[in-house]
Design a protein around this ligand. Structure first.
Ligand code: FAD
Ligand code: SF4
Length: 513
């Protein structure tokens, strides 16, 4: 072969210009690698989903007439790492050119940038996945600068002419958050759609994971519910447009424990399909907009805007913030958080019902929706000052969609405020009150959301005030927070001391919560 082309597990983009032409002299490589299964302890469904999707992609490429080698752990486990494997393959196939698509993750980009294969010429290509081209990232996202998602998002709406009428947003408003974000009323619970799930047989992959002693977390059956082909991804997108989009914005922040479909609600669950690049963000946005245009009676503008904002806004923005600030970002710990992640994050064994629901669900499905990640588990870690590297490790491992470029800015930045405000203008903190407002978790909890002190008091309540007081100097000048301190200062001293004392006791023994 003249050319060897590497396709990483999250580069399953069938529309890439590489595949426009068939070339007998070009060999594509798709390989399961120990360096990828081991850089963090992943959820077993996540490893299986990537391996199955890679296998399917290799088969699809072969069917389309390309030359492909698909190597499993059985064939690659003797190689030290990716460069070692590439060097051997270049030698074996007498390759003159090695080509790869730029990885989205710093770790891999660095590894491939440092690659040297003797006389073999090396070329890097764009992945052609994101809406914002690679070379524009540094212009839109200067390093170490706080950039707000909202202004980036409005720029992108104009630039790509999405939901626009001339220079104005459709409906003359950019943001419909006030209409959206409602709790699900008990009477609505039975209307939550049964999620579309797939039944991908992953037994051979599970056997390999076991045989090679790959350490994983979470549960898995013989069939995987996540999409592992482009066809399945498109089916899931259609299901979302048909059954979930009409309520997406309204209930995007809601949480419930009282439905068989509590884990999926009205969320798209497309993050794995997108992050593996089986689906492009452009396709997802266009199909959702078409569904809205075809059904304006069922799907309101607030719903489609809320959805487009997540993908055109948040997703592209997080990628920009990641690249603007790596590698320093991985060490940011502005609040000097250093506590240990409690053991119940790995088994859900806690009396806090909100935490139990979010963690159990994550272990069962490798999935939790945004507000569970941000305002339940993330909020808990923020309030209790868990070391950001431990928080990152948990999020990067457990979720089906967790790849560092999107996991880290969400976790370290948005959720833990470890970047000192590059992403969030203030820490996303909340007491039990918020969780009660957005969910029905509290009614099934051993703790009492109304109490701040005492054995049965909701831990979030005192921990919230402990956090606010420990970081008072930094926070009280923020106009969005100073009001809260005014309220706190008006309380009786004995009450304030009682709350802080209670929180101190909790912080000493987080494992027992
Ligand atoms: P939906 O609710 O249906 O949203 C649609 C799509 O919007 C998602 O598929 C996703 O592509 C995009 N999106 C929404 N919010 C965000 C966001 N904040 N950042 C980037 N894209 C967004 N998302 C990941 O893809 N990988 C991660 O590792 C990840 N880690 C997170 C960690 C924390 C602490 C938090 C708070 C959020 C994290 N997110 C992550 C963002 C978000 O929670 C998930 O994208 C979303 O829950 C995926 O489920 P869904 O596909 O059903 O999303
Ligand atoms: Fe969570 Fe507190 Fe509500 Fe229990 S009472 S579910 S700990 S917010």
């Amino acid at each position: 072969y003249q050319t060897l082309r590497l396709i990483l597990g999250d580069q399953l983009n069938a529309s890439h210009s590489w595949f426009k032409k068939k070339d007998k002299n070009c060999l594509y490589l798709i390989a399961e690698l120990r360096q990828e299964t081991d850089y963090v302890r992943h959820h077993v469904q996540k490893v299986a989903a990537f391996f199955q999707a890679m296998d399917n992609f290799a088969t699809a490429l072969q069917k389309a007439g390309h030359q492909v080698i698909h190597l499993t752990l059985d064939q690659t486990s003797d190689y030290q790492d990716l460069p070692d494997l590439l060097a051997q393959l270049c030698k074996k196939h007498k390759v003159a050119h090695f080509e790869y698509q730029l990885p989205d993750e710093y770790r891999l980009r660095k590894q491939l940038k440092a690659l040297s294969l003797g006389k073999v010429e090396i070329t890097a290509y764009e992945t052609e996945h994101f809406l914002v081209p690679e070379e524009e990232i540094s212009k839109l996202f200067p390093a170490n600068k706080a950039i707000r998602m909202e202004s980036f998002y409005r720029k992108m709406r104009k630039r790509f002419n999405i939901l626009m009428e001339g220079d104005e947003p459709v409906g003359n408003r950019w943001n419909f958050d006030t209409e959206n974000r409602k709790k699900i009323p008990a009477s609505e619970l039975r209307n939550i759609p049964q999620p579309l799930i797939f039944k991908n047989d992953i037994r051979p992959i599970l056997d390999r994971i076991k045989k090679h002693k790959v350490k994983t977390i979470g549960q898995c059956s013989d069939t995987l519910l996540w999409p592992t082909t482009r066809q399945q991804s498109l089916k899931l997108l259609k299901f979302f447009c048909d059954y979930c989009l009409s309520q997406f914005g309204t209930y995007q922040d809601a949480m419930t424990a009282n439905s068989p479909h509590s884990w999926s609600l009205y969320h798209s669950r497309l993050s794995f399909a997108m992050n593996s690049k089986m689906l492009s963000p452009g396709d997802v946005i266009n199909k959702a907009i078409k569904a809205w245009q075809d059904n304006p009676k069922d799907i309101s503008l607030a719903q489609i805007e809320g959805f487009v904002r997540q993908i055109l806004g948040w997703r592209e923005y997080m990628r920009g913030m990641y690249w603007a600030n790596m590698p320093d970002y991985a060490n940011k710990n502005e609040l000097k958080a250093s506590n240990k992640l409690p053991a119940f994050f790995w088994d859900g064994n806690t009396r806090m019902n909100c935490m139990k629901q979010a963690i159990d669900q994550s272990l069962e499905y490798a999935y939790a929706h945004h507000i569970q990640r941000l305002m339940v588990t993330g909020n808990f870690c923020l309030l209790t000052g868990i070391a950001p590297e431990q928080v990152d490790e948990w999020y990067l491992g457990i979720y089906i969609d967790a790849i560092e470029w999107v996991e880290m800015p969400n976790t370290r930045g948005m959720s833990q405020f470890a970047d000192g405000g590059l992403i969030a203008s203030k820490p996303y903190t909340a007491s039990g009150n918020y969780i009660q407002k957005m969910s029905d978790y509290c009614s099934g909890c051993q703790y009492n959301v109304k109490l701040k002190t005492g054995e049965t008091a909701c831990p979030f309540n005192s921990l919230y005030w402990h956090f606010m007081n420990r970081h008072r100097k930094r926070l009280e000048n923020n106009p969005r927070i100073s009001m809260l301190f005014k309220g706190w200062d008006k309380r009786e001293n004995a009450e304030k001391q009682g709350i802080i004392k209670h929180a101190n006791a909790l912080l000493k023994d987080l494992n027992s919560l």
